[in-house]
Every structure is written in structure tokens, then in C-alpha cells.
Design a protein around this ligand. Structure first.
Ligand SMILES: Nc1ncnc2c1ncn2[C@@H]1O[C@H](COP(=O)(O)OP(=O)(O)OP(=O)(O)O)[C@@H](O)[C@H]1O
Ligand SMILES: [Mg+2]
Length: 463
């Protein structure tokens, strides 16, 4: 197929002579009216437009702007009389590929066209490679080779370019959000927005206005107009996370928006037409909530057109090995440390653990071990204690045999702080006898020593 060229010039004679000069190698169309030219561009995929800078009443620069608005990728070459070099430079600033002076030398024109086509070919090649690379790097950060994960990858591949709603299910930390992002960022809506609403994190009273937006004065406190997430996601994807937490009253309103494909902000009477793909996620059994009457069945069917389910980590041992390596490298990089190896015992413990918090928990464990370990090897003592005991089958004592307690801990105190206080109290109790303290806390002496250093715990005398 020959490349397609459109010539726009108000002088018909020029159109005719250029067509004559080019039509043996190009599929050439002409138009002496810029408006007709613009229409042709919309209807046919031209590779190059040859555009006159002075088009009778029209200014070629205006036409150039309109062409670039309609088809940013199209290559435009301006044809200009000698006197208007400055406008030609202006044209290049506005996105023209180059200009050629009139009277036109056919050999020169053919050379320029060949160059422009080569330029087109290279840019589209760069674009394709870039896209491939994006998919690969996304894939790179999304680890898994188990059958179950291969199935998830192939589902993402198959649904990314269609508009059907997707419901992602899986235990906490299995990667539901990663899937939602992958669908958006590799699919045909990737240039559109991805809006995320976590239905569990937003107070019930605010969820409706967050989703629907409101007009100024719609309710007390609405001092300013605010666009909602529905409208913000227009042209893209709306990710409704923890969808099971959506209150029943709001479920009815969501259903209406999905059915009517338009949304009315609170306090407004203007309907906004919507083109939004909905991806939702939950770690609950929605069917059960439907049976119990807390989730609308009709909404469930609307959201669950394409189900994708993520298996828990404990059911995919192959992925566990890959993820271990992945996190070891990731945290080494982030903490600017050398990539560490796992001791055989630490590896055994990590492989035997059953990860109720799934991939997120595994990541946290490796981050913790990487931060604490001071050698090139992560030993079992570097792992959180609960893993060491869990796998040894030693239950944590329900209460220790001393009557002393660590001072009461307010809700929300970080784990590190709780651990620090617990260790300090045990050390005090044992008169800073490290061996005894370690035995009492059921951790190794080395681990105790590291933690004393990490948390900068000092005995009363030292303070
Ligand atoms: N297959 C995977 N490869 C690499 N990282 C992953 C993978 N799955 C999950 N993760 C990481 O684990 C963490 C938890 O993932 P994500 O937030 O997607 O889980 P979730 O299922 O949405 O959890 P929750 O139900 O608690 O919201 C994230 O940091 C994510 O990057
Ligand atoms: Mg999540």
C-alpha cells in the first residue's frame, strides 16, 4: 500500500501539478478548500499533509492548528512563498514537520517526503517499543509463575482493552490493587484517569459526596463546588476498593449510575454523561453478603461481569520463592545495602510459614529482616519472632509467669515502639542479664543485642 498524501492548496493548478508529480509513488488526494481538507483528514488515515501557508481567506497556520488538534500524529509539511520564512518557522513551532518553498522543486519535495515518512516510521517504532517496555516492566514488578498467577496475567491481557466491569477477589494482601492498576495502565484506557475510592476508608457520610461530587451550597459545609470521582474517572477507570463496605443506600445510587451512564452531582440538576470502566475489589465473599441481604444482588451482577480471583500466597509455593528473591533485591536497593542471602534455616522458616497477610506480609518480613540484619546473611534470628515460633510449633505463652506488666499501650502505637517497651521492661526485670532476657523473650541473644542497638535501649544506670 502506497503512503497516503493530502495536498491542500487554494490554487487548483498547484494541486493538479503536485498530484501529477507524486501519484506514481503516493496515494494522492487534493483539496482546494481547507474545511473540506479537514473533513478528509478525519475520514481517511493520511500519512502526510502538504499544506499551503496562504490559503486565500484562510490562514494556513490556523488550519495547521486544527489538523494537529484532530490528529496530533499526522505529519504536516507547509508550502510557503519565499517572503514568508518567518511564518514557516512559526509553523514548525506549532508542530509542522518542515516547510518547502514555492515554486516547488519536485526532486526536493520527493526527498523531503521520503524523509518525513522515515521519521513517521521511526516514531511509531519507538512508540511500539515503549509500550512493550512498559508492559514488560509492569509485568516485572508483578511477580508470579504459578498456574494460578499465569491465569491472572492472561485474564488481565484479555480484559484490558474491553469495557466490561471486573470484580477482583482475594484475601488481604494478595495483590488486588496491583491487578486493578495493571488492567488500567496496560489497557486502552491507560491515557485516561484512574480514580480510586476505598469504600472502607471513607466515612459513610462522606462517601456519597466523594463519589458524586456536589454543587456549591448543596448542603451545609459545601462552600465550593467539588467534582466527584465518577466524573473525574470519565474516559478512564474507577477502582472501587473494598466494595463490600458500600452502604446499601448508596449501592442503589451506584446501580443507577451504571445503568444510565450518567451522574448528577449533589445539588445539581445537570447530568454528566459518563464513559467509565469499573473495576472493584473485595476480600469478602460477596455472594454471601448478597444472601444475607447486605449487598444488592443486581449490583453484584453488574460489577461481577468478569471475575478475577487471586489465590492466597500459601497456595502458590513457586511464587513464594520468586517473591522472596524479588523482595530481597527490592529492599537491598531501597536501603542501599548489598543484596543479602538467606541462611538455610531462615529460608526453611520462610517457606514453612503460611502468610495470613499474603504478599504484603512477606514484603514486610523481608523489609524487617533486611533492616535488622547486620551481616551479608539473613539468619533466622533476623526474622520476626512470630515466624520463628510459629514454625517451631512453640505457642507463645498466654501470659508469662511474672506479675509485672509493660505500662499500658495506647491504641495506634507503632509496633516498633511496643517492641522497644517490651524489651526494655524484660531487660529491667532480668537486671540486664542478656542471656536470661533473651530466653524469657524467646529470641536469640544476637537478636536481642541488635534490637537494643536498633532501638537505642539504655539501662537506668546508663541514662
Ligand atoms: N504478584 C506480586 N508481585 C509483586 N508484588 C506484589 C504482588 N502481589 C502483591 N504485591 C505487593 O503486595 C502489596 C499488597 O498488594 P495489594 O495492595 O495489591 O493487595 P490487596 O489484595 O489490594 O490487599 P488488601 O485487601 O489488604 O487491600 C503491595 O505492596 C503490592 O505491590
Ligand atoms: Mg487493596
Amino acid at each position: 500500500m502506497n503512503p497516503k498524501i493530502l495536498i491542500i492548496d487554494d490554487e487548483r493548478a498547484i494541486c493538479a501539478s503536485l498530484r501529477f508529480a507524486l501519484e506514481d509513488i503516493y496515494d494522492t488526494s487534493t483539496s482546494s478548500d481547507p474545511e473540506e481538507g479537514l473533513r478528509l483528514i478525519e475520514e481517511h488515515p493520511f500519512d502526510i499533509v502538504l499544506l499551503d501557508l496562504r490559503l486565500g481567506l484562510h490562514n494556513g497556520l490556523d488550519v495547521l492548528r486544527q489538523i494537529k488538534q484532530k490528529c496530533p500524529a499526522i505529519t504536516v509539511i507547509m508550502m510557503t512563498a519565499y517572503a514568508s520564512i518567518e511564518s514557516s518557522i512559526e509553523a514548525i513551532k506549532q508542530g509542522a514537520y518542515y516547510y518547502i518553498e514555492k515554486p516547488i522543486n519536485t526532486t526536493e519535495l520527493r526527498l523531503l517526503l521520503a524523509k518525513a515518512l522515515e521519521h513517521n516510521r521511526l516514531s511509531s517504532e519507538v512508540r511500539t517499543l515503549q509500550e512493550k517496555l512498559n508492559v514488560q516492566t509492569d509485568r516485572h514488578r508483578f511477580i508470579g509463575k504459578s498456574k494460578a498467577m499465569e491465569h491472572v496475567f492472561s485474564m488481565i491481557e484479555r480484559v484490558k482493552d474491553i469495557d466490561s466491569n471486573v470484580l477482583i477477589t482475594g484475601e488481604s494482601g494478595t495483590g488486588k490493587e496491583v491487578v486493578a492498576r495493571a488492567i488500567h495502565s496496560t489497557g486502552k484506557r491507560k491515557h485516561g484517569p484512574l480514580e480510586i475510592v476505598n469504600c472502607a476508608a471513607i466515612p459513610e457520610a462522606l462517601l456519597e459526596s466523594e463519589l458524586f461530587g456536589y454543587e456549591k451550597g448543596a448542603f451545609t459545609g459545601a462552600t465550593q463546588k467539588k467534582p466527584g470521582k465518577w466524573a473525574a474517572a470519565n474516559g478512564g477507570t474507577l477502582f472501587l476498593d473494598e466494595i463490600s463496605e458500600m452502604p446499601l443506600a448508596l449501592q442503589a445510587k451506584i446501580l443507577r449510575v451504571i445503568q444510565e451512564r450518567e451522574v448528577t452531582p449533589l445539588g445539581s440538576n445537570q447530568k454528566i454523561p459518563l464513559d467509565v470502566r469499573i473495576v472493584s475489589a473485595t476480600n469478602k465473599q460477596l455472594e454471601q453478603l448478597v444472601a444475607e441481604g447486605t449487598f444488592r444482588e443486581d449490583l453484584y451482577f453488574r460489577l461481577n461481569v468478569i471475575p478475577i480471583s487471586l489465590p492466597p500466597l500459601r497456595e502458590r509455593q513457586e511464587d513464594l520463592l520468586l517473591l522472596l528473591d524479588y523482595f530481597l533485591q527490592k529492599y537491598a536497593r531501597e536501603m542501599n545495602k548489598k543484596v543479602k542471602k538467606l541462611s538455610a534455616a531462615a529460608r526453611r522458616l520462610l517457606l514453612a510459614y503460611d502468610y495470613p497477610g499474603n504478599v504484603r506480609q512477606l514484603g514486610n518480613i523481608i523489609e524487617y529482616a533486611m533492616a535488622l540484619s547486620s551481616s551479608d546473611i539473613i539468619a533466622e534470628e533476623d526474622l520476626p519472632e512470630y515466624i520463628q515460633y510459629d514454625s517451631q510449633g512453640t505457642a507463645l505463652p498466654a501470659s508469662s509467669n511474672t506479675q509485672e506488666t509493660v505500662d499500658s499501650i495506647p491504641v495506634g502505637v507503632p509496633m516498633k515502639e511496643i517492641e522497644k517497651r517490651a524489651i526494655a521492661a524484660a531487660l529491667d526485670h532480668c537486671g540486664w542479664h542478656r542471656q536470661e532476657t533473651a530466653r524469657m523473650l524467646q529470641i536469640s541473644e544476637r537478636s536481642l543485642r541488635d534490637k537494643i542497638k536498633l532501638y537505642n535501649i539504655k539501662s537506668v544506670q546508663e541514662e
